[in-house]
Every structure is written in structure tokens, then in C-alpha cells.
Design a protein around this ligand. Structure first.
Ligand code: FE
Ligand code: FE
Length: 392
């Protein structure tokens, strides 16, 4: 019996992770054809503001589709909320002699029984689960497979070797202009031509208020309070120490602008910007957000050299820092949302002796890294040595 795959989703936008995963499923499950089905309105997630219309998501999917993939507008034609059971029943009428395999990721599989009419889906289709293969994940998946099989389901598990990237991350990468490696040919130019996902906006010369809005939209929700606190604290310290308050506030808002990107995406950004990395950063992508943040502050936001430099050294410090660099380093450490033993001492020093505050911050960081058995960046060691030589 021939097999037809069904792969639905919002595809906002479709990216290489979808298409490579789909190609892999076609091969391993020996699908004769795979139907890519953009949802009209997803029952599972609300799309971010300014997302393309359903027809435009379908158009992008047409551009992205690979060999033996076909975009189906079945859910667009039905309109309204797209329920998978309705889609599967419709397709079953079109292909009465085929085995239908409904593809999904781990999360969707684990929540399958909460979908609308799961039993009606199982009557018409098998399930094909593309999973990532972490160990605890696999246990849960196996348990769910057994559970569903007891209810008459047929389940195929496919270990997906394709690197993970989410559409949320991809939209960030688009704004930072480094999404190219994750977008099928034609999709990126279509996105930019239509200005989807904020790609038409010029991010240079934003007012402080506009910059705040953009920064808030690009960091993770749990980091918003931190960047706002850092902006305010940096500005206060600038007033205290005679640095430029606006620069301090802008650096505070932007210093963690790329922090939401995981290690591999940090490395991609560096590669796309032509940035060569030293051995320490290659091995420790966690500290990379200072470098990538400064690159983005420069090229995307058009910030001045002082702001860019302050962001560049905000995690590790460096020898011979200027006032703004010290301010951002210290503000990041002691803004009002920070809470750790010793923070009060640091807050006091920040306004009485900036160099001593910087030194205390560096010492605490190095001590923590040592305790955790982690490698210390050469720049932090040099920063501390410099302060000691200067008699701080
Ligand atoms: Fe940071
Ligand atoms: Fe920070």
C-alpha cells in the first residue's frame, strides 16, 4: 500500500528545519508523497503580530517545498480554526487506498489526546513522530506510543537528525540578518520583499523609547525586567561618574540583545558576520552574546563606537576599560533585579568607587567559575591583573 505523509503547521515562516525534517521523513518512512498543509488558524498557537496572512504562509511553503512534497491548501479553503481530524478525514477520501501518516514533533505527540477528536484521527491515519532523541524524552515517547497503540493507533518513531531551530528563533535571526543558512532558497527574499517579521524596518537611529520597544520584543520575556533595570542603573551610574547618560541607557537596553540565541545560533551569527573567534569562545559559546550583541548593535542598530565597545566587554571585562565600559559591566551585575550574597556591597561601591566595584564583580565571577570548574576567559584574567597593577 502506498504511503502519503501529512505535515501540518503554521509554518511562520517555513524554514530549513521543516523541509529537511520532511525530506528525512519521506526517505525513512518511504512516503510516496508528503502533503505540506499550512493551517488557516491554528488551534495550538497564536501567531505573533504582523505575521503574514495564511495565503502568504502557503506561498512561502510553495517556495520551500522539496522533492515529492506538495503544498495543500485544504485548511485554507476550509477557513477558520484548522482541526486536524477534519483535514485527515478529507484526505482519506482523496486517497482511499493509501496509508496516511500524520507527522508531528514530540510536543504535539505527547499532547495528542488533548487535540480535538483524536480517535477520529487515529481511525484514518498512522502517526509519524519526529523526535530529537534526548534520553528522558524517549522514555516519555515510548510510554505514549504504548498508550496510543493500546487504543488502536499505529505509531512510527523517526529519530530526526536535523538541527533544531524554532520559528521564533528564526524570526530573531531575520532581524539580525543572519537567517540565510536556515531559509530555503527564495523564502528569505519573499519575506524581505514583503517586509514580514519586522524585516522592512530600519533599526538605526531609533529614539530611546523605540529602542526599548524593539529590545523588549527580541529578548526572552524573563529577561525584560533585567534589561530595563540595567538601562536605568547604567544611566544613574553615568550621571554619577560623568559619562554619557544616553549611551549608557542604550547600552543597557541592548547589551543582552542576542542572548536568546542558543550556542549554535551564536556561532552562526559570527560566521554570517565574518567574525573569527578565538579558541576560548569557540569552546564557550555562552559568553558569545557579548560579541554577537556588539556586532548587532553596530550593524543593525547603528549604535556609536562607545556603546558597541561597552556591550563587547560586558560579560568578561578587559584590561584598561573606559568609564562607560565599567558602568555597563557593573550595572549588569547589580541592577535592581539581581539578588545574591554581596550584591549590597557592590551597589554601594558602584556609587562610591567604580574601580573597586568593577574589581569586586570580576573577583566574584572568577571565584564562581572556579567553583563550577569552568574555564576563565583570558580577558577577565587580564582585566583583574590590570586593576591590581593599577593599585585598585
Ligand atoms: Fe549579558
Ligand atoms: Fe545582562
Amino acid at each position: 500500500m502506498k504511503r502519503i505523509g501529512i505535515y501540518g503547521g503554521t509554518f511562520n515562516p517555513p524554514h530549513a528545519g521543516h523541509i529537511r525534517g520532511a525530506a528525512y521523513a519521506i526517505e525513512t518512512l518511504e512516503l510516496e508523497r508528503l502533503l505540506l498543509i499550512p493551517s488557516c488558524i491554528s488551534p495550538h498557537k497564536r501567531l505573533p503580530d504582523h505575521s503574514p496572512a495564511p495565503e502568504q504562509r502557503a506561498k512561502m511553503l510553495e517556495l520551500a517545498a522539496g522533492v515529492n512534497m506538495e503544498v495543500s491548501d485544504i485548511e485554507l479553503r476550509r477557513g477558520g480554526t484548522s482541526y486536524t481530524y477534519e483535514t485527515v478525514e478529507q484526505i482519506a477520501v482523496q486517497y482511499p487506498d493509501a496509508e496516511l501518516i500524520l507527522l508531528m514533533g514530540t510536543d504535539m505527540f505527547l499532547s495528542f489526546l488533548t487535540w480535538m477528536q483524536p480517535q477520529r484521527i487515529l481511525q484514518k491515519a498512522s502517526l509519524g513522530v519526529l523526535y530529537r532523541g534526548d534520553r528522558d524524552e524517549l522514555e516519555e515517547i515510548e510510554a505514549q506510543k504504548k498508550n496510543l497503540e493500546a487504543q488502536g493507533a499505529k505509531v512510527y518513531l523517526v529519530k530526526n537528525p536535523v538541527t533544531a531551530i524554532s520559528s521564533t528563533q528564526l524570526r530573531r535571526m531575520l532581524i539580525f540578518q543572519c537567517a540565510g543558512p536556515f531559509l530555503p532558497k527564495g523564502v528569505e527574499s519573499y519575506i524581505r520583499k514583503n517586509g514580514f517579521y519586522g524585516t522592512a524596518k530600519d533599526y538605526r537611529n531609533l529614539s530611546l523609547e523605540e529602542l526599548e520597544q524593539v529590545a523588549v520584543s527580541l529578548v526572552k520575556p524573563n529577561r525584560v525586567a533585567h534589561i530595563l533595570g540595567c538601562r536605568d542603573t547604567a544611566a544613574e551610574l553615568a550621571r554619577r561618574w560623568g559619562a554619557n547618560e544616553t549611551d549608557a541607557a542604550r547600552a543597557g537596553l541592548l547589551h543582552d540583545i542576542t542572548k536568546a540565541l542558543d550556542g549554535p545560533l551564536q556561532l552562526t551569527l559570527c560566521r554570517e558576520y565574518g567574525m573569527m573567534l578565538d579558541a576560548f569562545h569557540e569552546k564557550n559559546p555562552k559568553t558569545l552574546h557579548a560579541i554577537t550583541g556588539s556586532l548587532v548593535a553596530d550593524r543593525i542598530f547603528g549604535e556609536n563606537r562607545e556603546v558597541v565597545a561597552a556591550i563587547r566587554s560586558h560579560t568578561t571585562g578587559k584590561a584598561n576599560m573606559n568609564t562607560l565600559e565599567k558602568i555597563l559591566y557593573v550595572a549588569d551585575y547589580m541592577e535592581p533585579n539581581r539578588d545574591f550574597p554581596g550584591v549590597e556591597k557592590l551597589r554601594e561601591l558602584a556609587f562610591t568607587d567604580l574601580d573597586k566595584a568593577l574589581k569586586l564583580g570580576l573577583e566574584m565571577t572568577l571565584k564562581l567559575l572556579k567553583e563550577q570548574g569552568r574555564e576563565i576567559s583570558p580577558e577577565s584574567a587580564e582585566a583583574l591583573a590590570f586593576l591590581e597593577r593599577s593599585g585598585v
